[in-house]
Ligand binder design. Structure first.
Ligand code: HEM
Ligand SMILES: *[C@@H]1O[C@H](CO)[C@@H](O)[C@H](O)[C@H]1NC(C)=O
Ligand SMILES: *[C@@H]1O[C@H](CO)[C@@H](O)[C@H](O)[C@H]1NC(C)=O
Length: 325
């Protein structure tokens, strides 16, 4: 057996490889970039920030809702604003998917930010980027970290209610399921724990934590359970709200992790992060070190924002976020 190759053959092989590279759709896959709108819409980011600041000062919970909106977008066919599309004969809206219906909020805030940006640079800034920037600005506005957002995502022309139902994590999921769910999106267990720290702000409805507070289990603080039962009876009152972080529900801090150590996580999916499993050490670390949590959260949000973006010639820039042009 010989490895010597006839030189004209190897030349032909190299030429063929180069030719295939040129032909392929992604000669060097288009990357997101923090300077993406610097020349095409230099004021885009400040316009978005003003819009988000207005909405959050009107209602502080909106910061939580906007961070969640970006998460629920990215986990379903990537960060492509698919979550914003309404039902049409050809689109089955993700808004009606079980994890979103009657629960996800803030659509009108994104629509308003988009219409502000359309006034200064029509047809330039994608709804997917507005979702990502809004989440970042929302975090900073309620005391959370900020970070440099990579931009250049484009918007989908499709949505998938069935993917929303299969991909988004459930509030009764086990630690193993949560870890594998995030792994499916390229996020590791540490990313998952850091991102769950978003539950340091915002509210949840009774039906999401009913089972946990009425289970008489040992994995919940008895006083906490009895307090929560007052506004969340064994049946009915499904949409009564309780704060995900009982200490500071309107500030982004590390109390969420301190609560878990005291068995005061609201959702089962919160408490499983600290209940004798492999993520206990991460929860302990974040509970003791707020700046580690803040920087890990920021890094994980950037990573989440990188999930399968449409770039280059793929997708579109929608004029209105709720419908395809
Ligand atoms: C680990 C798996 C997760 C599960 C099972 C989960 C589940 C939930 C549930 C059930 C609610 C309450 C919804 C309602 O009652 O209407 C909620 C709220 C929230 N989630 Fe998650 N979540 C998870 C991870 C995340 C991540 C990764 C983020 C963002 C990075 C996030 C951000 C939020 C925020 C901010 C709220 C409050 C929203 C508001 O007040 O409008 N969650 N989540
Ligand atoms: C969404 O929620 C509304 C109101 O809670 C309900 O009437 C509707 O049937 C739900 N849609 C789906 C698809 O489950
Ligand atoms: C929990 O305990 C209460 C009071 O002792 C009881 O009424 C309730 O049925 C129990 N719940 C479960 C799920 O066992």
């Amino acid at each position: 057996m010989s490895f010597r190759v006839n030189s004209s053959n190897s030349f032909a092989a190299i030429a063929a490889i180069l030719f295939l590279l040129l032909l392929s759709n992604k000669p060097c896959e288009a990357q997101l970039s923090s300077t993406f709108y610097d020349s095409t819409c230099p004021n885009a980011l400040s316009r978005i920030r003003i819009s988000i600041r207005t909405a959050v000062s009107r209602e502080r919970r909106m910061a939580a809702s906007l961070i969640r909106l970006h998460f629920h977008d990215c986990f379903v066919q990537g960060c492509d604003a698919s979550i914003l599309l309404d039902d049409t004969p050809s689109i089955t809206s993700e808004k009606n998917a079980r994890p979103n219906n009657g629960s996800v909020r803030g659509y009108e805030v994104i629509d308003a930010a988009k219409s502000e940006v359309e006034k200064i640079c029509p047809g330039v800034v994608s709804c997917a980027d507005i979702l990502a920037v809004a989440a970042r600005d929302a975090s900073a506005l309620v005391g959370g970290p900020s970070w440099t957002m990579k931009l250049g995502r484009r918007d989908s022309t499709t949505a998938s209610r069935s993917l929303a139902e299969s991909n988004l994590p459930g509030f009764r999921d086990s630690l193993e399921i949560l870890i594998s769910n995030f792994a499916n999106q390229g996020l590791n267990a540490r990313d998952m724990v850091a991102l769950s720290g978003a539950h340091t702000i915002g509210q949840a409805q009774c039906f999401t934590f009913r089972n946990r507070i009425h289970s008489n289990g040992t994995d919940i603080d008895a006083g906490f359970a009895s307090t929560r039962r007052r506004r969340c009876p064994p049946s009915g009152q499904n949409s009564n709200l309780a704060p995900l972080d009982l200490v500071t529900p309107n500030s982004f801090d590390n109390n969420y992790f301190k609560n878990l150590i005291q068995k005061k996580g609201l959702l089962e999916s919160d408490q499983v992060l600290f209940s004798g499993g492999s993520t206990d050490t991460i929860v302990l670390e974040y509970s003791r070190n707020p700046s580690t949590f803040a920087s890990d959260f920021a890094a994980a949000m950037v990573k989440m924002g990188d999930i399968q973006p449409l770039t280059g010639q793929d997708g579109v820039i929608r004029k209105i976020c709720s419908s395809v042009n």
